[in-house]
Design a protein around this ligand. Structure first.
Ligand SMILES: NC(=O)c1ccc[n+]([C@@H]2O[C@H](COP(=O)([O-])OP(=O)(O)OC[C@H]3O[C@@H](n4cnc5c(N)ncnc54)[C@H](OP(=O)(O)O)[C@@H]3O)[C@@H](O)[C@H]2O)c1
Length: 311
């Protein structure tokens, strides 16, 4: 690892996963968000500070105090439905934060976590060479932020990730990822409805964190845009069935439904990412990106006490 510290802007599901991974490797990490994160960062060796990243003056003040060498932009607004109802606010917030950090640190390695929603989902497979065509207001905001960052900070990397999943505790106020929501409901014997016409390439949070850490520390030049999806292309209904099997929950609890009837109606039909570049990057392409059966098996041990064998 190179020296200096990393600032993680956003302390939600992915920000916390990345901060944990960096702190585990002994790196000084500070997370920022407007409210304290659900998991106290000092429990895994990181620090937290309050910041509204849309406030440029507060960002500059924080940067001159912390002097981080690297920054990960992994903040909200991330709720697709909220962004659809507030498109101007979503766009302004994402662009403002990208512009502030790119202006303040034009020569630094800044990594922005972006999304498959920059594509309309007509193609089953989106690579770094697929022309963006945002599916919704959230995708438009993220694409504009990508461009704002790269315009002023050319060493930056946009890491577009597919649907991210990881562990969340049963008593969380609200579950932030599909896996956790499904798994906790199924464990309680509750039914789960999931679209059988919404395709994703789910990617394990730990794998996103490991790739992000490697990008932050890469000494060689990197492409400006990289894609990270899991190796399996599945519908949410198929994925929910995989989760049920891993937990030993009855298959009948999972009901496939049309996407149009669910909260995923404004998402692209194919929320799938593939990379033509990442596998060839030295020190990064060798990171194992796990498929859904292995990812779910690893996480299922949090529910069952032991990891069951792969079916
Ligand atoms: N989850 C996924 O599957 C996925 C997939 C692709 C891309 N992404 C991208 O990854 C990023 C993070 O996703 P996530 O799932 O970790 O989201 P999340 O759990 O909703 O976390 C978002 C974090 O950003 C913070 N935040 C929001 N507005 C802020 C502001 N103005 N200043 C400082 N912090 C702010 C939030 O805390 P406060 O509200 O307290 O400030 C929260 O800590 C998003 O940009 C999203 O586009 C996520």
């Amino acid at each position: 690892m190179t020296g200096g510290s990393t600032l993680v802007v956003g302390s939600g599901l992915i920000g916390t996963g990345i901060a944990r991974c960096l702190a585990r490797a002994g790196e000084p990490v500070t997370l920022v968000s407007r409210r304290p994160p659900a998991i106290p960062p000092d429990s895994y060796g990181a620090r937290w500070a309050a910041l509204d990243a849309t406030d440029g003056r507060d960002c500059r003040r924080l940067l001159s105090r912390l002097r981080p060498e690297r920054v990960v932009l992994v903040h909200g607004p991330s709720d697709v439905t909220w962004c659809e109802a507030h498109p101007d606010e979503a766009l302004a917030a994402h662009v403002a934060v990208a512009d502030t950090f790119a202006t303040a640190m034009p020569d630094a390695r800044l990594v922005m976590i972006s999304t498959d929603n920059v594509f309309d989902g007509r193609s089953a497979r989106h690579t770094e060479n697929t022309p963006p065509a945002p599916a919704n207001a959230y995708g438009r905001a993220k694409l504009a932020a990508e461009r704002a960052l790269l315009a002023k900070a050319p060493r930056s990397v946009i890491l577009r990730v597919s649907l991210v999943y990881g562990h969340e505790p049963a008593d969380a106020d609200k579950w932030l990822n599909f896996f956790a929501a499904c798994a906790h409901r199924l464990r309680r014997g509750e039914p789960v409805e999931a679209p059988d016409d919404h395709w994703t390439t789910p990617v394990l949070l730990d794998d996103v964190a490991e790739v992000t850490a490697a990008l932050l520390h890469a000494r060689h030049p990197l492409p400006p845009v990289l894609h990270l999806g899991g190796p399996d292309r599945v519908t949410r209904a198929e994925w929910a069935a995989t989760i049920a099997r891993a937990l030993g929950a009855p298959a009948r609890l999972v009901t496939p439904v049309p996407r149009a009837r669910t909260r995923y109606a404004s998402r692209p039909v194919n929320a799938c990412l593939a990379s033509e570049v990442l596998p060839a990057l030295p020190g990064i392409g060798s990171i194992a990106v796990r498929g859904v059966r292995e990812g779910v098996r690893l996480l299922a041990s949090d529910f069952t006490g032991t990891a069951p064998p792969l079916p």
